[in-house]
Design a protein around this ligand. Structure first.
Ligand SMILES: NC(=O)c1ccc[n+]([C@@H]2O[C@H](COP(=O)([O-])OP(=O)(O)OC[C@H]3O[C@@H](n4cnc5c(N)ncnc54)[C@H](O)[C@@H]3O)[C@@H](O)[C@H]2O)c1
Length: 456
């Protein structure tokens, strides 16, 4: 490693160091987003070190074991950059940071059990940087944060040791991450990225670095808080629109209107953007992002009543799934409290292995509170235990032992199922929370069918 320190405030120096591949990168937090990010920097020829507190992850990386098996394309990149010694990992932040010119933060920003955003990882690392960051380094925050977090919190924490002064001898900016798990390589090389800096010179320097590494459209924002506001606005837009359609679908159910038919036709209107109703909204982004904006509003005395209502609606949808199920049980002699129910899909969204904040958890908990014996099949989780339940190996072996099935996640595999399979259940109750079964076809098959938002 060269010991030459690059002045990250000087565009010419940065461009030279990119072209000569002498710019040294440190990515802190090498999880779902941070590891592919670090690998992309290394693949562009820049010497990159990944820092993480997870010793097992660091050991796996250094012994050549790639942990993200469901990210197509990155396994090969990982093998290449490990072989070329462009990338390695460490838990030793004190060594890694002072030897780097660019520090990229991809730390988690979850929320606690009271839905309060938790920025402790970013604050802990910022506090460390205050002691160990080399003068003239650049810090880029990719984590999803509230507008104002850089300006109001990060800068003062990094400056607190008195060694570093923002815009004088350390520089900071943001490039919020918006990749989709399972498609990260595709998204990193195609989706436009937002860039915000402590000043416009820094924004331009960040653009030149990301252009070198990712070659995608880079949208320069006037400052960090505006870039973070855009990131949250786009995700919260989805959370609210799903809530809107979910609430409408509850009324359509009562009116005998099929929400699927409404949405199919509504998309013909030139400016309608379709969102679908469902059992709830989970995952590492949308629910948290709504609570991040609500947290900002609370902090500064603003009111975001639509986001608040949207969250309430989305969080009530699992209860509606229980009500549909109870209603279907009225048609059979078996009581819900002595029944066995099969849940199809536990992931928070189709075709990924991810149960973070999944509505399936709430549905399962509510069924268990009613003494239901719950079984689960999910092709992404076979032979593991999820929420204390051993996942079935296949549908065929369990289907004849249950009284009802609830489709919670629209995995492609479920869309291809032969619907007559459900006739093998003890009582043919099928609840579809994702609009993938045609209600008329279900009726023809003599199933006791309830579709979320599917009035007939
Ligand atoms: N996963 C997504 O779909 C997605 C999409 C866009 C944006 N984001 C955002 O990207 C950020 C990272 O998310 P992620 O999904 O990669 O999280 P993750 O939990 O997969 O990875 C975070 C990593 O940081 C490490 N870490 C935690 N505290 C640390 C510390 N003090 N020092 C060093 N390492 C530490 C963890 O061990 C983990 O490996 C979050 O702000 C998230 O909101 C995530």
């Amino acid at each position: 490693m060269s010991n030459m320190k690059i002045n990250m405030n000087n565009l010419d120096d940065v461009l030279k160091s990119l072209n000569s591949q002498t710019l040294r990168v440190c990515v802190i937090g090498i999880g779902r987003i941070g590891l592919p990010t670090a690998l992309s920097f290394a693949k562009s020829g820049l010497e990159t070190i990944g820092v993480d507190i997870n010793q097992k992850l660091v050991d796996n990386v250094n012994s050549g074991k790639f942990p993200l098996k469901d990210e197509p394309g990155y396994n090969e990149i990982f093998d290449d950059v490990i072989k070329n010694k462009k990338f390695s990992a460490t838990t030793n932040i004190e060594n890694a940071v002072p030897n780097s010119d660019l520090i990229v933060l991809s730390l988690p920003t979850p929320m606690d059990e009271n839905n309060v955003p938790d920025y402790s990882a970013l604050k802990t690392v910022a506090s460390k940087l205050s002691d160990i960051l080399s003068p003239n380094s650049l810090v880029i925050v990719e984590s999803t944060i509230e507008p104002g977090f850089i300006e109001d919190e990060m800068i003062s924490i990094i400056s607190k040791s008195g060694r570093l002064n923002a815009e004088k001898n350390f520089f900071i900016g943001v490039c919020p991450e918006n990749a989709n798990p399972g498609e990260i390589l595709h998204d990193f090389t195609n989706l436009p990225r937002l860039v915000g800096g402590i000043n416009s010179d820094i924004a331009k320097i960040i653009k030149s670095i990301y252009n070198f590494v990712f070659s995608v459209e880079l949208v320069e924002m006037p400052n960090c808080k505006t870039a973070n506001a855009v990131k949250l606005t786009t995700n919260v837009f989805r959370d609210i629109n799903i809530a809107f359609i979910s609430e409408l679908s509850l009324m359509f159910e009562k009116l005998g209107i099929d929400t699927n038919k409404v949405l199919e036709a509504a998309t013909k209107k030139y400016n309608f953007q379709v969102h679908y109703p469902g059992a709830g909204v989970g995952g590492p982004c949308l629910p948290i992002n709504s609570y991040q904006l609500l947290n900002t509003a609370k902090r500064i005395g603003s009111n975001l009543s639509i986001i608040e209502s949207g969250r309430k609606i989305n969080e009530k949808m699992p209860q509606h799934v229980i009500e549909l199920t109870m209603n279907a049980f009225e048609e059979i002699p078996e009581s819900l409290s002595t029944s066995h129910i099969l849940i199809l899909g536990v992931s928070y969204k189709p075709n990924v292995k991810d149960i973070q904040l999944t509505p399936a958890e709430e549905i399962i908990k509510k069924l268990q509170e009613k003494n239901v014996i719950v079984h689960i099949y999910d092709p992404y989780f076979t032979s593991t235990e999820v929420f204390g339940i051993v996942i079935e190996k296949n549908i065929e072996d369990i289907i004849s032992k249950v009284d009802a099935t609830i489709i919670v996640t629209a995995h492609n595999e479920f869309k291809k199922l032969d619907i007559s399979l459900f006739k093998q259940m003890k009582h043919p109750i099928l609840i579809d929370t994702r609009g993938i079964i045609d209600p008329l076809f279900a009726k023809e098959q003599k199933l006791i069918f309830r579709g979320l938002g599917r009035g007939e």
